[in-house]
Design a binder for this molecule. Structure first.
Ligand code: CDP
Ligand code: CDP
Length: 230
């Protein structure tokens, strides 16, 4: 069980990271948020004033960064070149820039290398856009998690409101739709469902219902009950 690989892909706000953390905890696997790695490159590119269309400089930047995802209880701390950037990578500016940087093949190659290396030595629940198709094509369980655009935008709005950052729902919908389009239409490793992925539409499901479905799929794959359950 401990070497099991679970891939969770899907559009922004589908609930991938929330659910992946729970599944990882239930199965005793390491949670890896690949979006955080793309966000880390975007943050450093903005800070260094690199033009977002300068593919060569961005590829070099991605190769030079020391990006670590350090488990901290249920959360992951994102540390780049020894600096904790966990909160900074969630800024609006990073969110608006990240999908452009994620189109660059050289940046993707650097990050995929790190992601595969982590999964080589331990079992993981990894979430992103290309995990089931590119990063871990041999993952034992693959999930394509979706929800309606309206629902995903409402979820994000609630999160931002809780942080004291009210936003307009229509603006949020536009920004999410724009990022989804860029992620799905890019040439290299676009967001798409792996042939053997299970589709879960979470529009009218709770977090625990989705997590339960995924845990059950993993159990079914193993064909035995998890140790320590019940
Ligand atoms: O959590 P949220 O849905 O806002 O996004 P994220 O998972 O943090 O990912 C941010 C961005 O990184 C995505 O919109 C993609 O452009 C990119 N990404 C990617 O291209 N491939 C991945 N495996 C993960 C993220
Ligand atoms: O990682 P991704 O962008 O797919 O989504 P997320 O960062 O996990 O955000 C999803 C938000 O929707 C969180 O605030 C969750 O509490 C909430 N949510 C969910 O994830 N799944 C549901 N079935 C219902 C709500």
């Amino acid at each position: 069980m401990n070497r099991m690989k679970v891939a969770i892909d899907g559009p922004a706000g589908a609930g991938k990271s929330t659910v992946a953390k729970i599944v990882a905890e239930r199965l005793g696997l390491l949670y890896i948020d690949t979006g955080a790695m793309y966000r880390a490159v975007a943050l450093k590119a903005i800070q260094a004033g690199i033009d977002l269309s300068d593919q060569e400089s961005l590829t070099r930047l991605a190769a030079d960064l020391d990006i670590r995802l350090n488990p901290d209880g249920r959360q992951l701390r994102v540390v780049v070149n020894n600096q904790d950037v966990t909160d900074q990578i969630r800024s609006q500016q990073v969110t608006e820039s990240v999908s452009q940087i994620a189109t660059i093949p050289g940046v993707r190659a650097q990050l995929v290398k790190i992601q595969r290396r982590i999964a080589q030595t331990q079992g993981v629940v990894m979430d992103g856009r290309d995990i089931g198709t590119q990063v871990l094509p041999n993952a034992e369980v693959k999930i394509f998690l979706t929800a309606s655009l309206q629902e995903r935008a409402e979820r994000r709005m609630q999160e931002l409101a809780a942080k004291g950052e009210p936003v307009n729902l229509e603006e949020l919908k536009n920004s999410i739709a724009k990022r989804d389009a860029r992620d799905s239409q890019r040439e290299f490793s676009p967001l798409c469902k792996a042939e053997d992925a299970h589709v879960i539409d979470s529009t009218s499901l709770s977090v625990s219902q989705v997590a339960e479905q995924i845990v059950e799929l993993c159990k079914a794959h193993i064909g035995t009950n998890l140790q320590g359950e019940e």
